[in-house]
Ligand binder design. Structure first.
Ligand code: NDP
Length: 434
């Protein structure tokens, strides 16, 4: 806290991990002797830079860009870029810190990183987005590379932004280094299933968790917050698994559709027309739109999948979900539940799938995209989807096993933190004090 004042989100993420690691430290004092905790919570590098760009009216605007290169013990830094006005050092560091353990859990050789900008893409023209992305990459390019640091998308950064940044990187380097970014378009080095991977992976993970308790996604009622990349493909897979998704949201409000959310409408509104969720009710008269996004947690459901942003489920929202009989919560977003919300789920024996484990499918398929780029070939949709499913099953088993080995059976928060930590910590020790 002393070293990172005013970095609330970062402190929250660190505290959650450190709390779970106590039994590991007791069993393995080498981690204390080698100061692994002190080292792992300090980023290897934090870069902050100016991003000047010109808007459509010819005015010069200035935003701030960031990249945190947190830990490279098991591979090149890997993690998304977020463009949102709320982005600051604390947000980037919390995301980068979580990414270390998530990436380790995937079993792929990738370290932890994250980046972004306080740029707000809302209301910007396509040309403004392009000029911003080009300026952002002009600086970022000197810090990244296929064996150094490989960014991808996150909130506000999708295939369009990745395309503009990839084009600028290629121009600056004078070389076609396909593996420098992931989430690329399929026609120029992207991987099939990358777009779907975080949402699909989340549902694969939750399905494993339910099955272990003799429960099933089939026939369940599901609420998914957000209506972006993660939400849309979590809804798609949940529906394929026989669930009825009754609500989703954006940052202005949420839609409840008693007939089940029509995903074709959501995809068209969000992926094609760039419209707001309130437009949904114009086409589906039985559906209701409510201003404000937190009310979505009052909609009764069996399974809640928060897929929008950090701290979107607080204590009150968690208690509402519990009182309405929620059976399972799967975190698609990063750190969407506050600590008090997690405590409430645990106290009421709600099955809880933490983000680090449950949303790791996106970065896992990003690592598969890097592998395809290195090999200069492209796998089929079925092949990538099968690998994704296997990886999510493996993360579930690893996290469960660690929870059992360290006397917290079934606690996936503890299990995921420990399983992710041990591999990185051992690699740090093996590589000496650097
Ligand atoms: P998108 O930008 O595609 O979608 C974000 C969605 O969440 C939108 O519906 C957006 O609404 C809503 N949202 C964003 N900020 C807020 C806010 N402050 N309050 C309420 N709603 C908000 O992002 P992604 O789907 O890619 O990311 C969603 C979450 O998943 C993030 O936490 C991200 O870190 C995490 N994640 C993403 C991965 C990926 O592969 N994309 C991988 C792993 C985790 P609006 O359109 O109104 O802004």
């Amino acid at each position: 806290q002393l070293r990172n004042p005013n970095e609330e989100e970062f402190q929250q993420a660190v505290k959650e991990v450190l709390d779970s690691l106590v039994p590991v430290l007791v069993k393995n004092p080498i981690y204390i002797k080698q100061a692994v905790l002190e080292r792992i919570i300090e980023p290897e590098r934090l870069i902050s830079f100016r991003v000047p760009w010109v808007n459509d009216n010819g005015n010069i605007k200035v935003n701030r860009g960031y990249r945190v290169q947190f830990n490279s013990a098991i591979g090149p830094y890997k993690g998304g870029l977020r463009f949102h006005p709320s982005v600051n050092t604390s947000i980037i560091k919390f995301l980068g810190f979580e990414q270390i353990f998530k990436n380790s859990l995937t079993g792929q050789p990738i370290g932890g990183g994250k980046g972004g900008s306080d740029f707000d893409p809302k209301g910007k023209s396509d040309m403004e987005i392009m000029r911003f992305c080009q300026s952002f990459m002009t600086e970022l390019s000197r810090h990244i590379g296929p064996d150094i640091d490989v960014p991808a998308g996150d909130i506000g950064v999708g295939a369009r932004e990745i395309g503009y940044m990839f084009g600028q990187y290629k121009k600056l380097k004078g070389a076609y280094e396909a593996g420098v970014l992931t989430g690329k378009g399929i026609g120029y080095g992207g991987s099939l299933i990358r777009k779907e991977a975080t949402g699909y992976g989340l549902v694969y993970f939750v399905d494993e968790m339910l099955k272990a308790q003799g429960l099933s996604m089939n026939g369940s009622t599901v609420v998914v917050s957000g209506s972006g990349n993660v939400s849309i493909y979590a809804m798609e897979k949940a529906i394929q698994f026989g669930a009825k998704v009754v609500a989703c949201s954006d940052s202005s409000g949420y839609v409840y559709d008693p007939n089940g959310i029509n995903l074709d409408t959501v995809k068209r509104l969000k992926e094609v027309e760039n419209k707001r969720m309130f437009e949904y009710v114009k086409e589906h008269p039985d559906a209701i739109y409510q201003e404000g996004c937190s009310g979505i947690w009052a909609v009764p459901c069996d399974i809640a999948l928060p897929c929008a942003t950090q701290n979107e489920i607080n204590k009150e929202a968690a208690e509402m979900l519990v009182s309405n009989g929620v059976k399972a919560v799967g975190e698609g977003a990063n750190m969407p539940s506050t600590q008090e919300a997690i405590d409430s789920f645990m106290d009421h024996h709600v099955l809880f799938a933490p983000a680090k484990a449950a949303n790791a499918g996106g970065v896992a398929v990003s690592a598969l995209e890097m592998a395809q780029n290195s090999a200069r070939l492209a796998w089929t949709q079925e092949e990538v989807d099968r690998k994704l499913r296997d990886i999510m099953k493996d993360i579930y088993s690893k996290s469960m096993k660690a929870s059992e080995d360290y006397d917290a059976p079934g606690n996936l928060v503890v299990g995921a933190n420990i399983a992710g930590f041990v591999k990185v910590a051992d690699a740090m020790i093996a590589q000496g004090v650097i």
